[in-house]
Design a protein around this ligand. Sequence first.
Ligand SMILES: [Zn+2]
Length: 483
Amino acid sequence: MSASAERRLGDRIARELYRDPDFIDDPVLTDYVQGIWQPLLNAARARGDLTPELDERFAWRIVLGRDRSVNAFALPGGYFGLHLGLLSVVSSRDELASVLGHELSHVTQRHISRLISRSNQQTPWMIGAMILGALAASKNPEAGNALIVGGQALSAQGQLNFSRDMEREADRIGFGVMTQAGFEALGFVSMFDKLQQAARLNDSGAYPYLRSHPLTTERIADMQSRLPLGAPHGADAVPGMAHALLTARARVLSNPGADALRGWLAQADDAGLSGQAAAQQAGTLYGAAMAASRMRDAAQARRQLTRLQKVVLADPEAVRQVRWLGLEIELAAPDRSRQQLLALGAEIGLDPAQPAPAAALRRPDLVLQTQLAMQGGQARLLDQVAQNLQAWLLRQPQDALAWQSLASIYAAQNQTLRALRAEAEAQVAQLDYAGALNRLKAAQDRQRAPGASNSSAEHIDASIIDTRRRQIEVLLKEQAQEP
Ligand SMILES: [Zn+2]
């Protein structure tokens, strides 16, 4: 199967994943995952595992799912699924890097195209439909494991069932990629230990990753032979402060039921908390502050946040994470004043008197800036955020959430044509060309309506919209012609 055919198949699957109600683009978690994913990609490039051709043809995108099960999987065309359940159980960045490095290597080694080529009686359309069907089925734990289709190319978890040799190759290359990227080899070991423990407890229902990645004795022996002699084995990885916060966030987002939220608050007020390691305390307090905010108890959320701020003081990255959480809490709180919101905005560079340089802003800053500017409603703030988002999108044109944020800022500025165009780009970024065309047509209708503004700025916008419409019509036609 050629790289471009595989990419088209991947696009078709990804388009459906983006529409799935379980799809989640949480800016804070995405920022964290990207902080691990990009160095892995760079290392794979430097090692020559990721060739320039494949680098360009494939998407190399991770799609997050809200699902509580522990799972990560490679899909055709350089797309990857990652469940919040896995983010909830990894104890360090290194452990997450070991899983992602492994999945990345399945794709750089073209394991997927080899499997698909083997099941050559299936058209790509059928394979895509089967992968999607299996992914949907895997959400139901009672679905069993009888779904073996496409020449065993698929397991019940919707994953391609790689051969043992492929698994060993992904282990070997993934290990090289993660260590070259600067992650600790120990993460590989402790992740194995974690999976082994789950296997002993027979917890494969919650660990679909185990069913697709059985820990064979060869894999374990291989892994041990790669570690330097005398390297600690079986030691618990000590989670960093920022990692502990992210894990707590993944747990709250994947399990937002009222009982679970109350559980976080009970843990935070447990007398034993002060005896725990600082990172653990921070995770618990972060979860509690977030849970209280979700239960619409702003006073409680602020109380837990204040405790949390004291614990994380010495860790600049954790301080930043806590600042983002503080803003989320205030944005959700019913009783804060516009003045308070503006003061908070200055903490993430939203300050007309002293704007932060665009390059210093991270994605959660931008998304929070958007929400603050929308609530604050001041023209100067809206302008500043629009500029920041435009600068970001020049570098990240496929960021659907950033396009959506820009669309809402434009709408608040009464720039209707631009808002519709930004909405169209958000649809393009998630591969929904029909949806994009729909927005662009709406923009053209407005432009042609009697009484439409006729300024030169609107003329420029209108010509951009015409061009984009023609380009997207071509993409849509290509999509429709696929076998
Ligand atoms: Zn694998």
